[in-house]
Ligand binder design. Structure first.
Ligand SMILES: [Zn+2]
Length: 303
């Protein structure tokens, strides 16, 4: 008897969406100044509603990491995400990478965004994801700040090598961060040939063949008996978004390639695997036996 399909039935993965607009991504920060954001046509509201419709068609509930900047301008969107049964979580206020702001600016950003989202959603906000996964060797104070601000988990680490982010030596699965006690839930990777390979979404989901992704997540679910964490952005389901001039070839490929493929691939993904909100997958009773790990800057190293 082939047990793999049966095992799949018992593993639920976390589906997550980082709610920000196309002009706020790190890949464009050299082309679009923050003060010019209000001049770009906003697409995040309609794109997020497209995502909500897709989830509703498939009966999927997800966690939405919403920027305070978006919530302030589109409060009805935040309410609608919450009333559709999804988890509202925080992506910070203005998408500042932690490496570019001070510890007290970070504290202000996560506190302000948490209060705003809780006010709109009418429920506590427990989850946080750092813009561009920017909790790294030089910003390890972030977990303590998150804990003090009342967050219960963070999903801000990708244990791979990447030019903009990544902590390849960090654990691949959920762990309590020593000292702060905050639960960190890394984005999914696959371990092969002595390295961690991306299998958690974002640009890789558009650039790599779907079959590779499917095999990777299947491996995590069935062979490692672990839940995966998948993420994408609303602008990735929007092939008609305005094109930003002056972008390098690398960033053009990263941002624009295969935008038409995201939605059909997502439809396949949610048919092939079980997904639910982060809090239900990782914070439910019975999941409390995560290891406690000390994140040492020296071991994690700059990349
Ligand atoms: Zn982001």
């Amino acid at each position: 008897m082939n047990v793999a399909p049966q095992q799949l039935e018992f593993i639920t993965n976390a589906m997550t969406v980082d709610v920000e607009d196309y002009f706020q991504v790190a890949a464009f920060e050299k082309c679009i100044r923050r003060e010019d954001w209000p001049h770009w046509p906003v697409r995040v509201e309609r794109n997020t509603r497209t995502v909500l419709e897709l989830f509703e068609r498939h009966g999927v509930h997800a966690t939405f990491f919403v920027l305070g900047w978006v919530a302030e301008r589109y409060p009805a969107l935040v309410r609608d995400i919450g009333s559709a049964g999804h988890e509202i979580a925080s992506h910070g206020f203005g998408h500042e990478r932690l490496t570019n702001i001070s510890r007290s600016e970070f504290r202000d950003s996560i506190t302000r965004t948490k209060l705003l989202l809780e006010d709109l959603a009418g429920t506590p906000v427990y989850g946080y994801r750092a813009p561009s996964y920017s909790i790294g060797p030089t910003t390890l104070w972030a977990h303590e700040e998150l804990r003090e601000a009342g967050y219960r988990y963070s999903s801000s680490i990708v244990p791979i090598h990447h030019d903009l982010y990544g902590m390849p030596a960090a654990p691949r699965f959920a762990f309590y961060v020593e000292d702060s006690g905050l639960l960190e839930i890394p984005v999914t990777t696959v371990r092969r040939w002595g390295h961690n390979w991306p299998c958690g979404g974002g640009g890789y989901f558009r650039l790599l063949p779907y079959a590779l992704f499917k095999r990777g997540l299947h491996r995590v679910n069935c062979h490692e008996q672990s839940s995966g964490v998948f993420y994408f952005h609303p602008w990735e389901v929007d092939p008609q978004q305005p094109r930003v001039p002056g972008v390098t070839l690398k960033n053009r490929v990263r941002h624009y390639l295969n935008l038409t493929r995201t939605a059909p691939r997502l439809e396949r993904l949610v048919r092939d695997f079980h997904f639910d909100r982060m809090d239900r997958v990782f914070l439910a009773p019975g999941h409390a036996d995560y290891p406690v790990v000390a994140l040492q800057a020296a071991e994690l190293g700059a990349h």
